[in-house]
Design a protein around this ligand. Structure first.
Ligand code: ATP
Ligand code: ZN
Ligand code: MG
Length: 289
C-alpha cells in the first residue's frame, strides 16, 4: 500500500485528529476539541454576536440539561423519541446501596436537544406587550443512529430566537436567511440553502413532513464538513408557527397566541466546514474568521 492510499483511506475523524483539530474518544459521535479548533469556534461566536441586529451583546449560556417538564411541554419526544437523552439516578445514597437497589430512576432533567428550549419557559403562561428576542448557547445531545463525521452526539448550538406576531416572526426568519448568506459568503463558504422536511414539531408522519416542506418552515444551510461529504446542515432557520406559543401559553394582548422562529448554528459543523474550505493551516486562512 502506498502512503497516498493510506491517507485517502483514513476516516474524516482520523484525518481531523492527525491535523490537530480534534481528540476522538472510544464512543462514536463523542469527541474533544483542541485549542486550534476552539480558536476558530470562538471567532465564529464573535462573528455571530456582531451579526445580531438586536444588539443583545452575546449569548446567554445555558446548562447542557433542561427541565424534563420543558421538553414534555414542547412535545419534543413525540417528534423525536429516539433522539432524546435522559438522565437517570438514584433518589438517594441509601437507595443506591440498599440490598434491594433497583434501576436508577428518571430524574427531573433531560439532555438539551437544542439550545432554544431554554427560552420558552422564561416567558411561559403570560401575555406579553412586546416581541421578545433571545441569543442563547449551550451543549446539546442527540442520540443519533449514525456517527459519520459531523453527526455528533454531543455538540454545541448557538441560537437566535424571536417570539412575536405571525408576520414579524416570518420576516425575522427571512432576514436571518439573508444575513446568514452574507456571513457565509464573507467566511468563504459555498452554501446551498435548501428547504428541509425534518419535522421539528408534530407527529412527524409523512403528511406532516410534506406539509412542513410545502410551507417552507425549515431551511438548511448546507456545506461539506469533510472531503467526502456531499453536504451537511451547518445551520437551520426555523419557523415554529404558533406551536411553541400554544404549548407554553405565550400570548400577546393584541395578536393572540405568540409565533416563534429560531436561527440555529451547529458550531462544530460550521467550524468543520471552514476547515474543509480553507485547510489545516490557520496561517493560510482568509482574514474574516
Ligand atoms: P440534520 O438534518 O443534519 O439531522 P437537524 O435538522 O436535526 O440536522 P436542527 O434540529 O435544525 O438540525 O439543529 C440545528 C443545527 O444544529 C443544525 O443545522 C446543525 O448545524 C446542528 N446539528 C444538528 N444535529 C447535529 C449533530 N448530530 N451533530 C452536530 N451538529 C448538529
Ligand atoms: Zn431552535
Ligand atoms: Mg437531525
Amino acid at each position: 500500500m502506498t502512503s497516498s492510499t493510506a491517507v485517502s483511506a483514513a476516516t474524516p475523524l482520523a484525518r481531523m485528529a492527525d491535523a490537530g483539530w480534534v481528540s476522538p474518544t472510544s464512543v462514536p459521535g463523542l469527541i474533544g476539541y483542541t485549542p486550534k479548533f476552539e480558536s476558530v469556534l470562538e471567532s465564529l461566536q464573535t462573528a455571530l454576536t456582531a451579526l445580531d441586529p438586536h444588539g443583545l451583546g452575546g449569548p446567554v449560556q445555558h446548562a447542557p440539561v433542561v427541565p424534563r417538564e420543558t421538553i414534555e411541554r414542547a412535545q419534543y419526544a413525540e417528534s423525536f423519541p429516539h433522539l432524546l437523552g435522559t438522565v437517570h439516578a438514584y433518589a438517594s445514597a441509601e437507595q443506591a446501596t440498599a440490598p434491594s437497589a433497583s434501576q436508577r430512576e428518571l430524574t427531573d432533567v433531560v439532555l438539551a436537544p437544542a439550545a432554544c428550549y431554554s427560552v420558552y419557559p422564561q416567558i411561559a403562561d403570560r401575555t406579553l406587550d412586546l416581541e421578545q428576542h433571545f441569543d442563547v448557547f449551550g451543549y446539546c445531545y442527540r442520540h443519533e443512529a449514525t456517527s459519520e463525521y459531523g453527526r455528533f452526539r454531543s455538540f454545541r448550538m448557538r441560537e437566535f430566537v424571536i417570539v412575536g406576531g405571525q408576520e414579524p416572526a416570518w420576516e425575522w426568519r427571512e432576514a436571518w436567511i439573508e444575513r446568514c448568506e452574507g456571513l457565509f459568503a464573507r467566511l468563504g463558504l459555498k452554501i446551498a440553502v435548501v428547504a428541509a422536511s425534518d419535522p421539528f414539531f408534530g407527529p412527524g408522519d409523512r403528511f406532516m413532513r410534506a406539509s412542513q416542506l410545502q410551507q417552507s418552515l425549515k431551511f438548511e444551510f448546507v456545506a461539506p464538513v469533510h472531503a467526502r461529504d456531499e453536504g451537511t446542515a451547518i445551520a437551520s432557520a426555523n419557523c415554529h408557527k404558533d406551536h411553541l406559543g400554544e404549548r407554553f401559553a405565550i400570548r400577546f394582548a393584541e395578536m393572540g397566541v405568540a409565533h416563534s422562529s429560531c436561527m440555529a448554528f451547529g458550531l462544530e459543523r460550521v467550524v468543520s466546514a471552514l476547515i474543509q474550505a480553507h485547510g489545516d493551516d490557520l496561517a493560510n486562512w482568509p482574514e474574516p474568521v
